[in-house]
Design a protein around this ligand. Structure first.
Ligand SMILES: Cc1cc2nc3c(=O)[nH]c(=O)nc-3n(C[C@H](O)[C@H](O)[C@H](O)COP(=O)(O)OP(=O)(O)OC[C@H]3O[C@@H](n4cnc5c(N)ncnc54)[C@H](O)[C@@H]3O)c2cc1C
Length: 389
C-alpha cells in the first residue's frame, strides 16, 4: 500500500482527494488517501466564496489558465451530476447567465476590455439597451444612473453553484471512496529525509507518507517555509453579505466592477465582494459591509437592512503574479503544491484536481503547467520584497 497525504481540506484539497480516490478505485489500486485539516473541513475561503463560474470557451483557449478554466467549466457539469448520484447532494450548479453593468467612466472602460476579451475568445454576449433592461429583467427595472451612462451586457454562458453544498458533496463522496479525513489536526512538521517527505506530523499524530500535496490556501507559504522553501503568498480578504428575499425569482448573476449579486433559487441573494490584503486578519470591517450594502441597494432597492441574513469574510490565496502555484517543489521528489487560485479557486478546482492527480501519478498533464511552476518566483522581474515582507 502507498499513501498520499493532502494537507488542507478546502475545495482544492477535497477535489484532488476525490479525483485520486476515483482513479484508485477504477484501477483496483492500493493507494491510501489521507486528508488533514487544521480546523473543520471546508470552512475557510472555499465555504466563504460566491460560487460564480465565469464564462469561458475551451475551444479558443490558448493560455494554460484559460485551458484550465474551460476544462473546469466542462468538468463542473459532469462532476455535479456524479456527485449528486453518488451522495444525493445537489450542489445548485446552474447556467444562470451574467448581467454586466457599468455606471462610471472607469467601469465602462473595464467592461470594454472584458468585451474585447470575450470577442477574441468567441464567448457570446449581447448589449442590453437601457429601455430594455426592466423588460428583460423586471427586478432591475429601477436600475439607472439618472442618465444614459448605464451600460448593460448579458452573457449567457455564466454559471453558478452553491459552494457549501458542493463541498458537502465532495466530503461525502470522498468518505464513500475511503479517503481518511483528520480534521482539527494542524500540520506542524514535514519530515524530510534525502529530498523526500517521509512523514507529515501534527502535535499528536504522525502519518508516514509516499507523497504529499500541500493545498492549505494562503497558509501553504508557512508549510513551505518550514522546509526552507520560500513561496510568496498574500491572503486577500473578501467580505460578503447574505440577503433573504420573500420571493423566489431566479435572476442572472449581476457584476459591476469587482462587485456582484448572486441570486440563489430559494430567494437568498449574496452580495460580494471586497478586496483587501490582510495579513491573515479575517475580522469583519463594518465600513466594508456598509459599502457593499449601499451598492447592493443601488442595484436592487428591495435589498434593505431587514433582508440581511448574515455577513462574513474569507481569505483568498493570492500570489505575486495572479497565477496559481501548481507543481512539484524543486529538489523534493515527492512534495507537490496546488494553491494560490485567488479569486477563481472554486471555478478552477476540478481541472486542477485532474492535472495535479496526473502529476502525482507521474503522468503528463493535459495542460502545460509551466506557467504555474513554483520556480517562477526566481524570475528576474520579480522582487522578493513585494510579498512576504
Ligand atoms: C469572498 C470570496 C468570494 C469568492 N468567490 C469566488 C467565486 O465566485 N468563484 C471562484 O471560483 N472563487 C471564488 N473565491 C475564491 C475561492 O474561494 C478560493 O480561491 C478557494 O476557495 C481556495 O481554495 P483552497 O482549498 O486553496 O483554500 P481554503 O478554502 O482556504 O482551504 C485551505 C484549508 O487548509 C487548511 N489549513 C491551513 N493550514 C493548515 C495546516 N497547517 N494544517 C492543516 N490544514 C491547514 C485550512 O483550515 C483550510 O481548510 C472567493 C473567495 C472569497 C474569499
Amino acid at each position: 500500500m502507498s499513501r498520499t497525504v493532502i494537507v488542507g481540506g478546502g475545495v482544492i484539497g477535497l477535489s484532488l482527494a476525490w479525483e485520486l480516490a476515483c482513479r484508485n478505485e477504477q484501477s483496483n489500486g492500493d493507494q491510501e488517501i489521507v486528508l488533514i485539516d487544521n480546523s473543520s473541513l471546508a470552512g475557510r475561503a472555499s465555504w466563504a466564496g460566491a460560487g460564480i463560474l465565469l464564462p469561458t470557451n475551451l475551444q479558443t483557449a490558448i493560455h494554460p489558465i484559460d485551458q484550465l478554466e474551460g476544462l473546469s467549466n466542462q468538468l463542473h457539469e459532469t462532476w455535479s451530476q456524479r456527485l449528486k448520484s453518488e451522495t444525493g447532494v445537489e450542489n445548485g450548479f446552474r447556467k444562470c447567465g451574467g448581467l454586466y453593468l457599468a455606471r462610471t467612466v472607469g467601469e465602462i472602460a473595464l467592461l470594454a476590455g472584458t468585451l474585447e476579451h470575450w470577442r477574441q475568445r468567441e464567448i457570446d454576449f449581447e448589449a442590453v439597451a437601457n429601455d430594455q433592461l426592466g423588460k428583460r429583467f423586471p427586478a432591475f427595472k429601477d436600475l439607472s444612473y439618472g442618465s444614459d451612462r448605464l451600460k448593460a451586457v448579458f452573457v449567457p454562458g455564466e454559471y453558478q453553484f452553491r459552494n457549501p453544498d458542493h463541498l458537502k458533496a465532495l466530503i461525502a463522496a470522498c468518505e464513500k471512496r475511503g479517503v481518511k479525513f483528520h480534521d482539527c489536526a494542524e500540520t506542524t512538521e514535514l519530515e524530510v529525509q534525502q529530498n523526500r517527505i517521509v512523514a507529515v506530523k501534527s502535535k499528536s499524530q504522525t502519518w508516514e507518507t509516499d507523497q504529499v500535496c500541500l493545498t492549505a490556501g494562503p497558509w501553504t507559504a508557512e508549510l513551505c517555509a518550514s522546509i526552507g522553501f520560500e513561496l510568496p503568498m498574500q491572503p486577500v480578504k473578501g467580505h460578503m453579505v447574505l440577503y433573504k428575499l420573500d420571493r423566489q425569482e431566479f435572476l442572472p448573476v449581476v457584476n459591476e466592477g469587482s462587485r456582484y449579486l448572486v441570486p440563489r433559487e430559494d430567494g437568498h441573494v449574496l452580495a460580494g465582494s471586497t478586496i483587501q490584503e490582510s495579513d491573515f486578519d479575517d475580522s469583519i470591517d463594518p465600513n466594508e459591509i456598509n459599502g457593499l450594502k449601499a451598492w447592493a441597494r443601488s442595484v436592487l432597492p428591495e435589498l434593505d437592512e431587514s433582508k440581511v441574513a448574515d455577513c462574513w469574510t474569507g481569505l483568498r490565496p493570492g500570489t505575486f503574479d495572479g497565477f496559481p502555484y501548481m507543481g512539484r517543489i524543486p529538489d523534493m521528489q515527492n512534495l507537490f503544491v496546488s494553491t494560490g487560485h485567488f479569486k477563481a479557486g472554486l471555478q478552477l478546482s476540478p481541472a486542477c484536481a485532474v492535472v495535479m492527480a496526473d502529476l502525482i501519478e507521474g503522468k503528463q498533464p493535459k495542460v502545460d503547467l509551466s506557467p504555474f511552476s513554483v520556480s517562477r518566483v526566481n524570475d528576474a522581474f520579480y522582487s522578493r520584497s513585494t510579498l512576504n515582507k
